[in-house]
Design a binder for this molecule. Structure first.
Ligand code: SF4
Length: 229
C-alpha cells in the first residue's frame, strides 16, 4: 500500500526584489517603483503550494513502469529508474491566487513582470517540497523527469502522473487542460527517483535556445544509454 500524498499548502514565500530587477532588467526610477509595488501586492496574495507522493514500482518493462497500478510509458524513464524500488511523483505551483491576480493586470509590462513573480513563487514551492521530502524520506541522490520534456515521455503522460498524485486540483489547485497543459501555467510536475547516474532531460533535448537548460545536449547519449538491444 502506497502512502497518501504529502501536501504543502502553506509555503512561505519571500520575493527577492533585487534579483527580480536584475532578471527583468529594471533600472532605478519609475519602473523600479512599479515593480516594487507589484511585488508588495504579490507578497500579500501569494500562496504557492506543492505535493508529492512516494509510490513503489509494481512492474517494469523495456519502455514502461507501473506504479500504484498506473502505467508510465517511457524507455528513458524505465532505463533511468533502473532497479530502484520506489519513486516520488511530485508537483509544485505558484498557486491559483497569484495566477488570478496576474490575469487581472492590464498593463502588458506588468503582466510580463507578474510571470517572473509567479515563477519565483513556484521555485519557493518546489524548494519547500524538496526539503520536506529530504527530511521525511532521506532518499539520497535523486534525478527528475517531467512529462513533455522529451518526445520519449510526451506531455500526454501528465494524465497518469496526475492519477498517481490523486486529485491535484483539490489538493493544490492544479488542473490539466484537454491538451495536457497545467493551469496555473507556472506549475511543474514529474517523477523523482534514486539514481547513481546524473541525469537531466536537457541532455537528450536538442533545443538550441533555452534559458532553462540545465545540462548540455549530448547527441549520442540516446544511442549509448537508451537504445533497446
Ligand atoms: S533544454 Fe530547455 S526545453 Fe529542453 S529539456 Fe531542458 S529545459 Fe526543457
Amino acid at each position: 500500500m502506497n502512502p497518501d500524498p504529502v501536501i504543502l499548502r502553506h509555503v512561505a514565500v519571500h520575493f527577492d526584489l533585487m534579483a527580480l530587477r536584475e532578471r527583468l532588467r529594471v533600472r532605478e526610477g519609475r519602473d523600479a517603483e512599479e515593480l516594487e509595488a507589484l511585488v508588495r501586492e504579490a507578497t500579500a496574495i501569494a500562496r504557492p503550494k506543492a505535493m508529492y507522493r512516494l509510490v513503489f514500482i509494481d512492474e517494469r518493462g523495456e519502455d514502461y513502469i507501473v506504479v500504484d497500478g498506473v502505467r508510465l510509458t517511457s524507455r528513458v524513464l524505465s532505463v533511468n529508474v533502473g532497479e530502484a524500488q520506489r519513486v516520488f511523483a511530485h508537483m509544485a505551483t505558484c498557486g491559483t491566487e497569484l495566477d488570478a491576480w496576474a490575469h487581472g493586470l492590464t498593463d502588458m509590462i506588468h503582466q510580463f513582470w507578474a510571470e517572473a513573480i509567479k515563477e519565483a513563487a513556484l521555485r519557493s514551492a518546489a524548494r519547500a517540497a524538496s526539503a520536506d521530502l529530504e527530511a521525511r524520506y532521506r532518499p539520497g541522490k535523486l534525478a527528475t523527469m517531467a512529462p513533455g520534456s522529451l518526445m520519449d515521455w510526451p506531455i500526454t503522460q501528465q494524465r497518469p502522473l496526475f492519477q498517481i498524485l490523486g486529485d491535484p486540483e483539490a489538493a493544490i489547485g492544479v488542473r490539466l487542460t484537454p491538451s495536457c497543459l497545467m493551469v496555473p501555467n507556472k506549475s511543474i510536475s514529474g517523477l523523482r527517483f534514486p539514481t547513481e547516474t546524473s541525469f537531466e532531460s536537457c541532455q537528450l533535448c536538442p533545443r538550441a535556445i533555452c534559458e532553462n537548460r540545465r545540462a548540455p545536449y549530448d547527441a549520442e547519449l540516446y544511442e549509448r544509454r537508451y537504445k533497446a538491444e
